[in-house]
Ligand binder design. Structure first.
Ligand code: NAD
Length: 325
């Protein structure tokens, strides 16, 4: 595991205590006190502890099969490429990278080194998401007519990487990819254009340099189906409404760590579990893919699609124009 911040500490490492097909073999950290604490807590041998400078030596360590990159988004490209060159399979947190070109280079680095790449979209692995996707894809309520999706929370930090453009900040990269995922899974299709988009902030002292605190966008899908998405660091919002010919699927919340639930004319959608079950399921699914050689549920191409859309939404917001995808 590379980067021992909030998500690694609070979700992924605890989840790795529950997984059956993988375990925490080693860590990469720039903070010696963290190395010491994790070593004790998770019984990690010294030879499996790296820093950002000697990380590439992991190539010579047969204890480590997979590198999970859990760093600020601007660092994903570098560490995924270095991990692939070290001959390891790679899991990378969302958002995959900053540009579509970086995403493609990450995909190429893994495929050139014959290693698999998975993106940490935990929701693809969880049953409530799979159930609404099934209703959409099998057209059990007829064709999708319109989607509305919102993902946001109040982030009161002022100088975290989420508020720093150079490190990959901005809400569209962070929470916006969940709203884009909601639009894509909710329609079961890929968008053909960004009709309109707007970025804004009510806290310009924090969201500087054009960084977005809130972004809204309308995405057009094949057949004229529209999806309105909203994402924000200033509002607690989390829902996905999918209007179909024979009624609506309404999920709220639809993208948090547990308690996902919803309704449709076909009945309730509610598969409960405790945190961090999603993360354990995701890592076990991805470990099984590696062991059996079957395709990853969420390959690099899935992250690339979202970053292409993120880039197009920012372009539409900046130019006021429709952006074709
Ligand atoms: P965090 O800020 O808590 O942790 C980031 C880690 O990167 C820290 O340990 C920090 O020390 C390290 N780091 C190394 N170099 C750094 C630098 N130059 N600047 C800043 N930090 C540096 O962030 P986080 O919330 O753990 O997020 C990490 C990644 O995980 C992000 O890509 C984020 O989007 C993703 N994430 C995913 C989910 C999910 O549900 N899938 C949830 C939370 C975070």
């Amino acid at each position: 595991m590379v980067g021992l911040g909030y998500y690694s500490t609070d979700l992924l490492a605890p989840a790795l205590q529950q997984t059956k097909d993988c375990y925490l073999a080693g860590i990469v950290t720039g903070t010696p006190s963290k190395a010491e604490a994790w070593k004790k807590k998770y019984n990690i041998p010294d030879k499996n502890i790296y820093n950002y400078q000697n990380f590439d030596q992991v190539a010579n360590n047969p204890d480590i099969d997979v590198i999970y990159v859990v760093l600020p988004p601007s660092m994903h490209h570098e560490y995924v490429v270095r991990a692939a060159k070290a001959g390891k399979h790679v899991w990378c947190e969302k958002p995959m990278a900053i540009t579509a070109l970086q995403c493609q280079e990450m995909i190429d680095a893994c495929s050139n080194n014959k290693k698999s790449l998975a993106i940490g979209y935990r929701l693809h692995h969880e049953p409530n998401t799979q159930e609404y996707s099934r209703i959409v894809n099998k057209q059990l309520l007829g064709k999708v007519k319109h989607v509305k999706c919102a993902a946001g929370y109040v982030d009161n930090r002022t100088n975290h990487w989420k508020q720093n453009k150079a490190l990959g900040g901005g809400v569209l990269y962070d929470m916006g990819v969940y709203a884009i995922q909601g639009a894509r899974l909710g329609t079961g299709k890929e968008p053909v254009s960004i009709i309109s988009a707007k970025t804004s902030t009510t806290r310009p002292e924090i969201y500087k340099d054009g960084l977005d605190e809130t972004t809204i966008a309308t995405l057009e899908f094949p057949g004229g189906v529209l999806a309105d998405i909203k994402t924000s660091f200033g509002e607690n919002i989390n829902f996905l409404d999918i209007s179909c010919e024979k009624g609506s699927i309404n999920m709220a919340p639809y993208s948090i760590y547990n308690g996902l639930q919803g309704n449709s004319p076909l009945g309730e959608i509610y598969f409960p579990y405790e945190v961090p079950w999603q993360q354990a399921k995701q890592m076990d699914d991805d470990a099984k893919s590696i062991k059996t050689g079957i395709a990853m549920l969420v390959p690099g191409e899935e992250g690339l699609r979202d970053i292409t859309i993120v880039n197009a939404i920012y372009k539409s917001a900046a130019t006021g124009q429709v952006v074709k995808l």
